[in-house]
Write a protein that binds this ligand. Sequence first.
Ligand code: B3K
Ligand code: ZN
Length: 872
Amino acid sequence: MSQQPQEAPTAKYRKDYQSPSHSITHIDLEFDLYDKETIITAVSKIKQLKGSDSLTLEGEQLKLLGVYVDGKQWSDYKETNGSLIINGLPKEFELTVKTEVNPEENSSLEGLYKSGGAFCTQCEAEGFRRITYYMDRPDVLAVFTSKVIAEKSLYPYLLSNGNKIGSGELENGRHWVQWQDPHPKPAYLFALVAGDFDLLSDSYKTVSGRDVALEIYVDKGNLDRANHAMLSLQNSMKWDEQRFGLEYDLDNYMIVAVDFFNMGAMENKGLNVFNSKFVLANEKTATDTDYLGIEAVIGHEYFHNWTGNRVTCRDWFQLSLKEGLTVFRDQEFSSDLGSRAVNRINNVRIIRGPQFAEDASPMSHPIRPDKVIEMNNFYTLTVYEKGSEVIRMMHTLLGELSFQKGMKLYFERHDGTAATCDDFVAAMQDASGVDLTQFKRWYSQSGTPTINVITSYNSDQKTYNLIVEQSTKPTQEQQEKLPLHIPLDIELYDVDGNVIPLQCNGKSVSNVLNITDEKQEFTFDSVDEKPIVSLLREFSAPVKLVYDYSDQELMFLMVHATNEFARWDAGQMLLAKHIKINVDNVQKGEAFELSESVLDAFRGVLLSRELDPAFIAEMLSLPSQNEVAGWFKPVDVDAIYSVLKSIKVAIATGLEDELSAVYGSLSQDSYSIEHDAIGKRALRNTALGYLCYLAQGNELVKLQYQNANNMTDTMAALSSANQAQLQCREDLMNDFSEKWTHDGLVMDKWFAMQGTNPSEDALGVVKKTMNHAAFTMKNPNRIRSLVGSFLTANPVHFHAKDGSGYLFVGEILTELNQSNPQVASRLIDPLLKYRNYDESRQILMRAELEKLSKLENLAKDLFEKVTKALDS
Ligand code: B3K
Ligand code: ZN
């Protein structure tokens, strides 16, 4: 068995890419599945492409049982740490590699492992090398055949990619099924599942009339929770045909829901493996947010079939080629099916909150990284979400029609191959004629650009002038920054809210300005009065906007901006101004203040009869504590918490009548997940989130909890009780836990409440909760719900001055470094940002990082992040 590397892990660089030395056209796998000793036989057809007669294969945590070339035992090989080097090979040969692995002991949930009673695999990014020695890189594409053998009574379903081509019975109660995937693919898209499930079957007729069998496999007893996933899959298939002209290419599409999974889901060809969180839902167990999450993730994995699987990545530095693009596609899917404005708002919250924070952290990297130690560390908000923003900017610059032409050309050129981000941009440029040369810097430059805007009006000339300056601060790994090509979408209004058409030299011009220089000036003519400008409409670029808006202008835009996103954004900017003023007040020991006019602006929104309730709910939601933290250095955690709470109480007090009226008028008798119904619930529960701070709060929350006929309303009550620390909190929490202890997935919601509990003894509560019957450190969902929410959403207690929060997290990370390094590496992020805090907190946080850096057997995952943080 090869060991974890003892010497310092080494980095790989994008610039060092070399094409593969050999091709593998076919691989024929056989799995003889046993809990502790699974034997894998891999027979590959290999051709030499370059000069040398030796072949290097990757492998980790494997017991090598034998190597054969063209059927003959081969001894001219060397097994090193992480690789197998086979020498003296012919130009073309059949290689057989026999390995043994221990799925039961595999707690990393990478490679072949047991999830509950089932065997399953996770191979992206580099997990296939934990199954057999192979050229485990995305630019080696082979036709996979897989034979799966296991005990029939325990594992009646034996699944792998593609079409079933054979099956049979064996002695000793074992059976086998053989699969073949006709589409050549890299090893990271391989999957195997063996288990006993309930099965939901349906079908889909593609646009060209082919019937596709759709199958969703869930744990026994969960069949009534799979319908929404099935509907979402059918909707995804239809949407991709209609909007992108892309049809599914196999006769079956299988999804398996498993409880033990490191991330959301995995797009393995024809056999997606999903975290059960993103499959299972009914109104009793899932919130509206869960339903929407399922739709988005089912869509995302399905859309990967073209953007990821049919065209894959040449190397892992190109990850955003498939992820940024597929996130863009899933965002468009959700927006076309639901509310575009609400979707945009939620995506922008992620960019402005955690993604901007990542850009400013020791882990900052371009959407196409240049240097990687552990690939799993780069499945980041930058690669995914900022990557999607980069695709969206191209969409804005080209327009839907040319963008779709670009997609078509991309598939014509690269279908069935492994491509690069440059290939994608080239297709977009060639199909549209839009010059994207400078735009490509978005792929190589990290950090968040700032756009500074100064405006002036000339009443004699009737001209309006915009001076736009852009700059990007140096990031840890990249000091030099160049000007980017930034699409800046703007609109002008007259005092009555009418749109003033944009004209330059008498000619009408686009709303989207091309910002390409460090400093640029735009002059618009025929502007008859001093206008009000709406800037960065639709968040047309992932940048920080600096513009000196007055309160009055923002209140005007909240009402008159034609773009719904811009209205919401004006509300957020107004809140931001007053949050900043009050943080300053708190720090100076002065009183909290919020003017009547600000309250009036939100009163107007609340009383609007035209606006969609879902949108009003977003307008009334404050920026998160984490987003606000990004505006300050050093971050004053306690002051920010107290200001956000004071704003809540001020709005609740000032708008009590309106909030109560809205709350009373929006109750619904039955539950449906139509968007209209979701919107009403969202607004009603937003109102509750304010009213809970008032005298009536305790009764109101208790009543809602008792009367709720769906999980959305139950959780809204529980979360209000939690945040406002209501007297009923404990009773409601106990009731919930008694009802759901048997169901880990539902209990995750409860664990998150414990993780974010604002009581004095928050950490004590978290520690105690770790002994709850439904909690286990083996399940990533449980860890993220309890410990993850403490770290990311309970800043006051995670950052407790005595360092107790940091110490606790250090201990958890030490444990996870052994059992599941990928999960450890996700959790550590808040600790990396220690430089943002005051000196005494910095010292305490750094001490934990230093302890971790000295761990024996520190996994590559943590090594990479800890080293970067300590170097900062
Ligand atoms: N491609 C997978 C993520 C794999 C993560 C590996 N650590 C899911 C997705 O983005 O669709
Ligand atoms: Zn993806």
